[in-house]
Design a protein around this ligand. Structure first.
Ligand SMILES: C[S@@+](CC[C@H](N)C(=O)[O-])C[C@H]1O[C@@H](n2cnc3c(N)ncnc32)[C@H](O)[C@@H]1O
Length: 449
């Protein structure tokens, strides 16, 4: 791999200006209270759509709920209509599950592909690259956690929306003691169980201590169920909660986003971290505005936005995301400032927010060997000097130009195809830290964030 490979990557990403999504408006988000009073836009508000929810939806829901039209009431009405979340209990009304079933069915039906099959995929390097990002992120925060603990003190983790257990090995390498795995897709969770059993079997046959972390599984909707009550020990203190490529599903509605954040924070001890990866809403919108339509993509990914990009709602901003053979289901825009404000309520303070390209830039030297081992980048030109069948040479123009500019015509660099990079550069990583709290007279926690 070449030191300068990031430039080749960034060339492909140069087009991705993600900064022109108008910052939305709310100053305070709270369950039941959306106060936008101090926000600039609010001073002259005449149209309810300016609070970020389409007028039609609100009017209709207000009528249904027979409430007035103050923002608080509007939001309450929207909440009641979309979803009913019982504090700490499963969803009350089975018919109001929103898109949960669509998402669960999609993931349940995804075929479990073998290594051989996966390595033939058009996005094999993209998947490996994302695995590298997750590994580096997990390692970075597990290291911080362990640095603050006594040697050999137990480390407990919740892999929220764990899917088929793609990160099980990362937890083994991170030498954790206990893992909670939760997911809405029961078939995926079963596959996760099988993977863990196989891994444990292999570990016991390996030389060395042979024991790996203990595990428990929680099938269910993390955006509608309070998970703590389902833990084997609800008083358990967690050090890390990881939610990879999944938190955005909770932005279907405010109560769901809050429920997911409560689940992330509930058992996290002060100093513990909540880490995750999501699509960057600014970039999703910026690309739509640039192409002048609501659907865009390339041969490996396609995004179709189902809302007005000039007035994206704060919750329920639905789009369909298709990624070659891996994802094809509705997702929801995560307006990051809103997430940060909501997270505060649960004692979670933003530590870091980083686009994948910036993450790569920061970690590329430290993660060099791992990147090689994980085959997270593709060698260009291909080692056999013949472009493999089915590969579009136009996807590597940036790499070709980069090599030419370096003056080393025989050089070889590590890169991603332009199509894969365009998909990968949509994503960002986030890190929140749980802060200490005091208590108010009613016994509710007060966080100083
Ligand atoms: C893209 S996959 C990521 C899986 C895993 N975190 C990884 O990085 O390999 C998204 C996962 O989120 C799960 N998911 C989506 N919405 C969920 C919800 N509301 N509650 C629990 N799991 C959910 C899906 O079933 C799926 O397994």
């Amino acid at each position: 791999m070449n030191d300068d490979l990031e430039q080749a990557l960034l060339l492909a990403a140069a087009d991705a200006d993600s900064r022109n999504f108008e910052d939305q408006n709310l100053d305070e988000v709270d369950s039941g209270t959306v106060e936008c009073k101090e926000a600039e836009f609010y001073k002259n508000i005449t149209d309810t759509s300016d609070v970020g929810i389409e007028r039609n939806t609100i009017d209709e829901e207000c009528q249904d709920a027979n409430v007035g039209s103050s923002n608080n009431e509007l939001f309450e009405a929207t909440k009641r209509k979309h979803v009913e979340v019982d504090e700490g209990a499963d969803i009350v009304n089975e018919s109001l599950k929103g898109y949960a079933n669509v998402v669960a069915t999609h993931y349940n039906q995804l075929e479990e592909k073998g290594l051989d099959e996966r390595s033939k995929s058009r996005i094999v390097y993209l998947r490996n690259f994302h695995n590298w990002i997750k590994s580096m992120l997990i390692n970075e925060y597990l290291t911080k956690i362990k640095d603050g603990k006594k040697h050999n003190a137990p480390v407990r983790v919740h892999d929220m929306c764990c899917g088929k257990g793609g990160d099980l090995l990362k937890w083994k390498k991170g030498n954790i003691s206990h893992l909670i795995c939760s997911d809405i897709a029961s078939v995926s969770l079963d596959q996760c169980k099988t993977r863990y059993t196989d891994m444990k079997g292999r570990a016991s046959r390996e030389r060395g201590p042979g024991n790996i972390y203990t595990i428990e599984y929680i099938p269910g909707d993390c955006s509608r169920t309070r998970l703590r009550e389902k833990y084997s020990d609800p008083s358990m203190k967690l050090d890390l909660v990881s939610c990879q490529f999944a938190f955005h599903y909770s932005f279907e509605s405010l109560p769901q986003a809050e429920c997911m954040l409560r689940n992330a924070s509930d058992c996290l001890q002060p100093g513990g971290y909540f880490i995750g990866t999501i699509p960057d809403a600014y970039d999703l919108i910026a690309r739509a505005r640039r192409c002048g339509g609501n659907s865009y993509g390339n041969k490996v990914y396609r995004v179709s936005l189902d809302f007005d990009t000039n007035k994206p709602p704060l919750f329920g901003a639905k789009y369909n995301f298709h990624l070659d053979g891996v994802v094809d289901c509705p997702e929801f825009l995560v307006h990051f400032p809103t997430l940060v404000k909501l997270a505060k309520k649960f004692g979670l303070k933003l530590v870091r927010q980083e686009k994948f390209c910036d993450f790569f830039e920061r970690m590329k030297m430290e993660g060099r060997n791992l990147m090689n081992n994980m085959r997270g980048l593709e060698a260009y030109p291909p080692p056999d000097a013949v472009t493999p069948v089915g590969i579009d040479p136009n996807d590597y123009v940036h790499a070709k130009e980069y090599i030419k500019a370096s003056g080393d015509n025989n050089g070889r660099i590590g890169t991603l195809s332009k199509s894969e990079w365009e998909a990968s550069s949509l994503y960002m990583a986030f890190v929140f830290e749980k802060v200490k709290n005091t208590w108010n007279a009613d016994g509710a926690p007060i966080y100083d964030i």
